[in-house]
Ligand binder design. Structure first.
Ligand SMILES: O=C(O)C1=C[C@@H](OP(=O)(O)O)[C@@H](O)[C@H](O)C1
Ligand SMILES: C=C(OP(=O)(O)O)C(=O)O
Length: 434
């Protein structure tokens, strides 16, 4: 385990940065390319542990991945109905998105079966949320204690369903929509609240009939995907760490280029603005990456914050950034409340417990609730020691807390950042350099 110390940054963080490619869109580009009949060129694919697990997984079911360097890949898929049998379990590593999206495709392959497994964190993450709809469609899934990996999926001829999702989850929605490309009848997913829509955008770009009517998304059967290339934009969730750093550390001014500003991913930026944080870059897209993902430049500077409340409907739009909302709350005037965020308990760690314990140990006045947390701003943070619990977002939260703290923070398990952001400490060094 690697321990890294992050000291206060008295002169602030300054400079321009290109954040890593988006993790969600990278996962989807590899899975869609694997289902396509013609080669798909992917530019700016994320080179990180989670998305490398996805490349290995699609190779295991028959795709050929040519790594051209500089984030460029050419993926030759098998077509929608010809994935290969795998010799041994598909290892999803730490990646929940991979574990929940790939079965949507494989469930529609009659007479075939695959086993999925991953690391100790993935073995605590529920698969019943995809097993329920896939069973209704006709597939069979045998999971440990009915709920957890490892699990075995038996493909079948699937039928179209209307699935009312009990939780707002882009992963579950995506799994069902991907399966829906192979069902005789149309398949509809009803979301309790909007969540990230990268899958819908990629389906539309690939020529799949997909319609949205409010919270209902319907996909129709296709014989093949017409996807030619994907350009992956910068990851709004990785950018969020630098947005928080710039807002919290006096003297900072950071410009982030080519960040995905898809509305379903910018909930955190709206929360920051509500708290009084200065995000100068407008959230209007300045360009679009293929397929249909808006990008913009974010220009962020230090400023005072006030507390806010994040309610259930805003949670899916900022789900991976909620730990950072807790950190901002420590520095804000008044109280910051996050509620309706039970989903945080089933991420790479129980992010209600790890955020509350972790920031509490650094001097925060923070309390866990059943569905979130309450933070009372105390004008700053002392500092100390925090463990990542193998959770990449916790590791990077600890780092940003250190920069903004009075005494610095030591992060145990900093290597976890490599799950989504292997260059995190190198990027920090460039923002601290003058
Ligand atoms: O679809 C995706 O790419 C993701 C959806 C979210 O998970 P849920 O769908 O479980 O909320 C998010 O937390 C995860 O980091 C990525
Ligand atoms: C929850 C996350 O990812 P996943 O579900 O893919 O493991 C995350 O990146 O914060």
């Amino acid at each position: 385990m690697t321990t890294v110390r992050f000291d206060p940054a008295p002169a602030g963080l300054k400079g321009t940065l290109r954040v890593p490619p988006d993790k969600s869109i990278s996962h989807r580009s590899a899975i869609f390319a694997a289902m396509a009949p013609e080669p798909v060129r992917v530019r700016n694919y994320l080179d990180a542990a989670d998305t490398n697990s996805t490349l290995a997984a699609v190779e295991k079911v028959g795709a050929l991945v040519e790594r051209r360097g500089g984030g460029e890949l050419v993926i030759r898929g098998t077509g929608l109905r010809e994935p290969h049998p795998a010799d041994g379990p598909i290892d999803v590593g730490n990646a929940g998105t991979l574990m929940r999206l790939l079965p949507g495709w494989l469930a529609a392959q009659p007479g075939q079966r695959w086993t999925f497994d991953g690391d100790s964190s993935i073995r605590r993450r529920p698969v019943d949320r995809i097993a329920d709809p896939l069973r209704q469609m006709g597939a069979t899934i045998e999971a440990t204690n009915e709920r957890f990996p490892p699990f075995t999926l038996h493909g079948a001829e699937l039928r179209g369903i209307e699935y009312v999702m009990p939780v707002a989850s882009a992963q579950v929605k995506s799994c069902v929509l991907i399966a829906g490309m192979n069902t005789a009848e149309p398949t509809t997913v009803v979301e309790p609240a909007p969540s990230r829509d990268h899958t819908e955008r990629m389906l539309a770009a690939a020529g799949v009939p997909i319609t949205r009517d409010g919270v209902r998304v319907t996909v129709g059967r296709v014989d093949e995907l017409g996807l030619d290339h994907v350009d992956v934009p910068g990851d709004a969730s990785s950018a969020a760490f630098w947005v928080a750093a710039a807002v919290l550390v006096p003297g900072s001014r950071i410009v982030l280029e080519d960040v995905n500003v898809n509305w379903t991913r910018t909930g955190f930026l709206r929360i920051v603005e509500r708290m009084g944080g200065i995000v100068l870059g407008d959230l209007e897209p300045h360009g679009a990456f293929t397929p249909g993902e808006p990008v913009s430049e974010l220009d962020v500077a230090h400023g005072p914050l006030r507390g806010t409340t994040v309610d259930a409907e805003e949670v899916p739009l900022a789900i991976d950034e909620l730990p950072l909302v807790a950190l901002l709350g420590c520095f804000a005037e008044g109280e910051t409340v996050v509620r309706g965020a039970q989903e945080l308990k089933v991420k790479e760690s129980d992010r209600i417990a790890t955020v509350v314990d972790g920031l509490g140990a650094l001097g925060a006045d923070i309390e866990a609730t059943d569905d979130g947390f309450v933070v009372r701003g105390t004008g700053g943070l002392r500092g100390g020691r925090i463990g990542s619990h193998g959770d990449h977002r916790l590791a990077m939260l600890g780092a940003i807390a250190g920069l903004a703290s009075r005494e610095g923070v030591e992060v145990d398990g900093m290597e976890a950042a490599a799950v989504s952001y292997p260059g995190f400490t190198a990027d920090l060094a460039t923002l601290l350099a003058r």
